[in-house]
Design a protein around this ligand. Structure first.
Ligand SMILES: NC(=O)c1ccc[n+]([C@@H]2O[C@H](COP(=O)([O-])OP(=O)(O)OC[C@H]3O[C@@H](n4cnc5c(N)ncnc54)[C@H](O)[C@@H]3O)[C@@H](O)[C@H]2O)c1
Length: 253
């Protein structure tokens, strides 16, 4: 797919990996539809896209709400008249052990609300946005690419029952959608990042972050641009579909 003048929607485009991908794609001439919850972050990201040589429109939308997502993708179709790509990137963390006990006494458990919040955004949000994007691409009769951002945690990370389950789920959707949507000229790929320097990882406990960085064979966290360049590679290579790209400095959980 040629990125010049293409229209790419990015969820969670206001900061972190979403914003880095937006800027990287803008520099290749793409027009961005940035989707996020936080208006100020969206404005900053859109300004950065303009500066990088592309352009961006912003959409305030909770990806976990069906009505929001439907309205947003209808607005994108109206504003741009086409949709060539979607990066399903919005995600949250609500970490905690399934059950935490000391000397036989259960002290803490993962709350259902912790579980549900992460499933709603990280898994249901991907389903909803993927469905609406595919609908618009098919209606417009153009080819397209959907990228689901998973995580190395899809293999199962301690303290992340909710997050690991959601990321395993969005990884499973990649071959499903690649098979179902190929007949319409739509490809679907996933990226499973390792530990990348963003606001999300900055919110982790420093000792956990230090322990994690030390265990990465390349001995450093990844940079958002390194995920953005993987996304560009996927968009531009028309024979890639149904697979995950692992960008993790050789870390294995
Ligand atoms: N940073 C990492 O090390 C890392 C590693 C593996 C995977 N990931 C994944 O990459 C993606 C981006 O992570 P990040 O580090 O940039 O996170 P981040 O917290 O820096 O940014 C996430 C963005 O998503 C937005 N968002 C959250 N909930 C939303 C909702 N319901 N609707 C719309 N927007 C919403 C936030 O406002 C924010 O702008 C996530 O899916 C995350 O799970 C990150």
């Amino acid at each position: 797919m040629k990125l010049q003048d293409s229209v790419i929607a990015i969820t969670g485009g206001g900061q972190g990996l979403g914003r880095a991908m937006a800027e990287y794609l803008a520099a290749k001439g793409a027009r961005l539809a940035l989707i996020d919850l936080i208006p100020e972050k969206l404005d900053e990201a859109a300004a950065a896209c303009d500066k990088a040589g592309g352009s961006a429109k912003t959409y305030i939308c909770n990806v976990a709400r069906e009505e929001d997502v439907e309205k947003t993708f209808e607005a994108i179709a109206k504003d741009f008249g086409q949709l060539d790509g979607l990066v399903n990137n919005a995600g949250i963390l609500r970490d905690g052990l399934l059950v935490k006990a000391k000397e036989g006494q259960v002290e803490k458990r993962m709350e259902l609300s912790q579980w549900q919040a992460v499933i709603d955004v990280n898994l249901t949000g991907v389903f909803l946005c993927g469905r609406e994007a595919a609908t618009q691409m098919i209606r417009n009769g153009n080819q397209g690419v959907i990228i689901n951002i998973a995580s190395i945690a899809r293999a199962g990370n301690m303290g992340q029952s909710n997050y690991s389950a959601a990321k395993a789920g969005v990884s499973a959707l990649v071959p499903v959608w690649a098979k179902e949507l190929a007949r319409y000229g739509i490809r679907c790929m996933g990226i499973a990042p390792g530990f990348i320097e963003t606001e999300m990882t900055a919110s982790m406990k420093p000792e956990a972050l230090e322990r994690m960085s030390a265990s990465i064979p390349l001995k450093r966290m990844g940079k958002p641009e390194e995920i953005a360049s993987a996304a560009v590679f996927i968009f531009e290579n028309d024979y890639m579909s149904g697979r995950m790209l692992e960008v993790d400095g050789a870390l294995r959980l």
